[in-house]
Design a protein around this ligand. Structure first.
Ligand code: PA5
Length: 445
């Protein structure tokens, strides 16, 4: 069961301070749950793990099976909230070298993510990977008009149609988009693609447990029912637990205490490379939800111990802008026991009989103590293991904490007005119809 542990940060956040934050935190939670706060059109994720379209869920499982049977590769086209959750889950739950495994060992298609940048190099190189392989596409875009995935979809839909013809290609395209409107919805209707829905009341960064995440996750063979069940267990816990026993409320309060103590950056720390994209998902969740009105913690992340050899110095002794939230995974499913060597040339025999994970945990404990001694507060989010159930818990835990935390800081967690600014300029520079005035303004700059 997920635990939020403040014990290593007591000198920075006392029990009394946490108690003083109780009434505001409960008020923020009530704002979220009452549906009366800003952005209240986007609260569908709160009940989602219990209250989802079971018919669509079965269709997702069926489509995943078909893709496993008829494809060597699945291309997942999407960006931001239409991309990061699926990648986070697939990296967290699957083999570290998933795509490189033999197909008979993987028992599922290779997965490549595209449409999350505007790089012609990336697109062309991915085309090389596809040569001679059967592939399908899951295009994911709520609006159906986002430039990055739209470009990638044009290119790879063209390739698919060239390879299979229009009709067969249409059977290999799965469109996850709005229920009723948008360019992708129109095209999917016209071409009879299989369609999945991004619910109206769930924003991109809260959508991992909808078809947005579930289809590409299910294709890798992950049990998506366990993922939903884990999220639902966390939902029930967070809705009923009191302040002190409620990990999301404790985390939301503690990070806002940090913010008020002038910490500007929260660093999410992991000790498993397969958590890298979970951190990327978390950064979008927290960053887009809280970074507005010139307020909020800047969400950052590091992969330890790798980054201890690069950013470790700054974290220990640099400008004191940050605190850390460490994701601790109690049990590693994989174990390597270090052997004793006859001649101890490298001086490592003192570790003989110990597991690599034992060493990793020692690095973690040592780092938490060193950083705390260096006045860098360390919070711990602890989970039992890396499984679909625990990941469901983690997703829901962070989403709930994010909603409460943003309301605590007085911002609307569910909009992202700042994301539009770059898009408007880009459209004007590209000569998109409707942006002529802005194009003139930009030319004068
Ligand atoms: O959180 C968000 O709203 C964004 O990151 C979107 O998910 C992202 O821009 C993709 O949007 P869409 O699904 O409409 O293509």
């Amino acid at each position: 069961m997920l635990q939020f542990d403040l014990s290593k940060a007591r000198k920075f956040v006392s029990e009394e301070e946490m108690e003083n934050f109780k009434s505001q935190t409960l008020a923020a939670r009530d704002t979220l749950l009452s549906g009366k706060g800003a952005g209240n059109d986007f609260l569908g994720w709160i009940s989602l793990p219990a209250d989802y379209d079971k018919g669509e869920f079965q269709r997702i499982q069926k489509a995943a099976k078909k893709i496993q049977e008829d494809s060597d590769v699945l291309l997942v086209i999407g960006i931001g909230g239409s991309y990061l959750g699926a990648r986070a889950a697939n990296e967290f739950l699957n083999h570290s070298f998933y795509n490189e495994l033999k197909k008979e060992d993987r028992k599922a298609p290779e997965i490549y993510y595209v449409g999350n940048n505007i790089s012609s190099k990336y697109i062309l190189h991915l085309q090389d990977v596809l040569k001679g392989k059967d592939f399908s596409i899951n295009i994911i875009s709520k609006s159906g008009t986002t430039t990055e995935p739209a470009i990638a979809f044009r290119v790879f839909k063209g390739l698919l149609e060239e390879k299979y013809g229009k009709d067969e290609a249409a059977k290999r395209i799965y469109a996850t988009t709005d229920r009723a409107k948008g360019a992708l919805k129109n095209l999917a209707d016209e071409m009879h693609y299989e369609e999945f829905v991004v619910p109206d009341d769930i924003g991109g960064r809260f959508s991992v447990l909808t078809a947005v995440g579930l289809l590409p996750i299910a294709v890798t063979g992950v049990n998506i029912q366990e993922l939903m069940d884990g999220a639902n267990a966390m939902r029930e816990r967070l809705l009923s637990a009191d302040y002190k026993e409620n990990p999301a409320l404790q985390y939301a309060a503690a990070r806002n205490i940090m913010l008020r103590k002038n910490k500007k950056i929260e660093i999410l720390v992991n000790y498993e490379p397969s958590c890298h994209y979970l951190s990327e998902w978390w950064k979008q969740l927290m960053g887009e939800s809280e970074g507005k009105d010139h307020r909020g913690l800047f969400p950052s992340s590091v992969d330890f111990t790798t980054d201890l050899h690069s950013l470790g110095q700054f974290i220990q002794e640099g400008s004191p802008l940050h605190f850390e939230t460490v994701l601790e995974i109690e049990k590693s499913k994989e174990e390597i026991v270090l052997e004793k060597e006859a001649i101890d040339t490298d001086g490592m025999n003192y570790l003989a009989g110990k597991t690599v994970d034992f060493v990793n945990k020692a690095a973690m404990k040592g780092t938490i103590l060193a950083h705390s001694d260096g006045d860098v507060p360390n919070f711990i989010v602890k989970i039992d293991e890396q499984s679909a159930g625990t990941l469901g818990e983690v997703f829901y835990f962070f989403e709930f904490a994010c909603g409460v935390s943003a309301y605590l800081n007085g911002v609307n967690p569910f909009n992202q007005p700042g994301v539009e600014s770059y898009k408007r300029n880009m459209f004007a520079l590209l000569g998109k119809p409707g942006y002529e005035e802005l194009a003139k303004e930009l030319a004068n700059k």
